[in-house]
Ligand binder design. Structure first.
Ligand SMILES: *Cc1c(COP(=O)(O)O)cnc(C)c1O
Length: 470
């Protein structure tokens, strides 16, 4: 008999060489980030020519697959895991969190139920309690570990949809939205695009949103919110507030706005994808004063906490609407009498035990370590923005209050060109944005690995590109 060449043998199958190869490569990659370009150097045609192989009938030995994958993807990675990436707020991965993430994959449990991953379920319930403590949220809030902030919005807004319609005598879980009272969503016009996607997924659609222009400090003005709430009188309403907007990291005045929204019977949801983490820092905590009074909060672990993708957190003050929107029972599943079934709090069914990486990161850092990451990133952001702003031909558009700032180089075209040239230098990586009608270079610092030397190198890189363009 001839065995098919597909490498699914059981006998002799050894994980060791394949996993060890991956581990060695991961270490080589992470230890070399200071010496490689931040921008990828392999172009699309090169990557396709190397990676888009015919599938074929015959398989390959697992170790060979990983060796090929390492070789073929070389130069095609964006070095955002390192300390000189400032384009989007995406963060790196702490050693403990990365290692925990590997273990989640090795255990390979389907962590939808306590029964299908008991230790993971306990790590998730523990990490959830720690997160509420660090983020200054009510101890009684329910929570779900989801793929990212967008799915955290979707989870929280599903709970909101349930609650605001229930208050109008409509059970959305049974009846859906056809014929329901229309929901109004009142939001600052600086909201993140993930909100719109969540509203689309939830069947609320774009048109339910009433955009309220922010003031000069990037905050939602109370008088405008009051007017919008009065206009929505008698309708189910959700107010969206921002803890750290994507361009300048602006925080709404929760102390004023949340009671106002509640007086009008609205649900308040806070987008704190990265900004909620300011709560961990004694220096920046004041930005979140009153935020604990909201009805739901969404944030990420894969940004400022520096755990690997995918990791977002949904918190809901009252577990009842959260569970009403998510929970499900099946005779073929083993539901826990006491342990935590993630299925009750997340939109996914099968899921990885992603909370384990958060558990590990929080154990590594402790409260003081989380505060230090936040404060260090804010300090670096301020020095980077001011350092670039002090160069001839550059100006500061927004000095960071937290970890987000904006700079500009003369005019729109020059700003876009500068961003491209800095990226092409390989020394540092920034993104461009349009803010208040002008193009700007966006500066975000949210990686634990960024050092003072990285900031110096980034400022010199910008200086070098500015001088070469003279
Ligand atoms: C990144 C971000 C999001 C989206 O988070 P994902 O984890 O990518 O889904 C939402 N809001 C703000 C303010 C963000 O910065």
């Amino acid at each position: 008999m001839v065995l098919p060449p597909h490498f699914l043998y059981i006998e002799g199958m050894d994980f060791r060489p394949t996993l060890q190869l991956a581990c060695n490569e991961a270490l080589r990659y992470l230890e070399n980030l200071d010496r490689t370009t931040v921008a990828p150097i392999a172009d699309l045609a090169t990557l396709r020519s190397r990676l888009a192989k015919p599938l074929g009938d015959a398989g390959s030995p697992p170790e060979q697959v990983i060796a090929d994958l390492i070789r073929d993807s070389d130069g095609g990675h964006l070095a955002c895991a390192g300390g000189r990436f400032f384009a989007w707020v995406i963060g790196g991965a702490l050693p403990s969190a990365l290692a925990a993430d590997w273990l989640i994959s090795a255990w390979d449990e389907n962590c939808t139920l306590y029964a299908s991953g008991p230790a993971t379920a306990v790590m998730e319930e523990t990490a959830g309690a720690w997160l509420k403590d660090i983020l200054g949220l009510p101890a009684g809030a329910s929570f779900g570990f989801v793929t990212g902030c967008q799915m955290a919005h979707t989870t929280c807004l599903a709970a909101a949809r349930h609650a605001v319609l229930a208050a109008h005598g409509w059970d959305v879980e049974d009846r859906g939205l056809s014929g329901s009272p229309p929901i109004r969503v009142l939001s600052s016009d600086q909201r993140h695009g993930t909100i719109e996607r969540s509203l689309r997924l939830l069947g609320l659609g774009r048109h339910c949103v009433c955009d309220i222009p922010v003031d000069d400090s990037g905050r939602l003005p109370a008088d405008r919110l009051r007017a919008a709430l009065q206009e929505s009188r008698g309708m189910p309403a959700i107010v969206l507030l921002q803890a750290g907007d994507l361009n300048i990291g602006a925080y709404d005045s929760f102390e004023t706005l949340i009671p106002l929204a509640h007086e009008h019977g609205a649900w308040v949801h806070v987008d704190g994808a990265f900004g909620l983490w300011a709560a961990a820092s004694p220096r920046h905590r004041h930005l979140l004063r009153g935020a604990d009074q909201a009805d739901s909060w969404a944030t990420d672990g894969h940004k400022w906490l520096n755990v690997p993708y995918d990791c977002g957190y949904a918190f809901v003050a009252d577990a009842k609407p959260h569970r009403a929107a998510m929970s499900h029972r099946e005779p073929y599943l083993t539901h826990a009498a006491e342990g935590r079934d993630a299925l009750d709090y997340t939109p996914e069914w099968s899921r990885r035990g992603r909370g384990v990486a958060t558990y590990a990161a929080l154990r590594q850092l402790g409260r003081a370590g989380v505060a230090e990451i936040v404060e260090r990133c804010c300090r670096h952001a301020r020095r980077l923005v001011n350092g670039i702003g002090a160069l001839q031909g550059a100006e500061v558009l927004w000095e960071p209050a937290i970890n987000q700032g904006l700079v500009r180089f003369g005019n729109d075209d020059r700003t876009d060109r500068m961003v491209q040239e800095i990226v092409a230098s390989g020394e540092a990586y920034f993104g461009a944005t349009t803010w208040r009608g002008v193009r700007a270079m966006r500066v975000s610092v949210c990686n634990w690995r960024t050092t003072d030397e990285d900031i110096d190198r980034a400022i010199s890189a910008v200086s070098g590109v500015l001088r070469s363009g003279e």
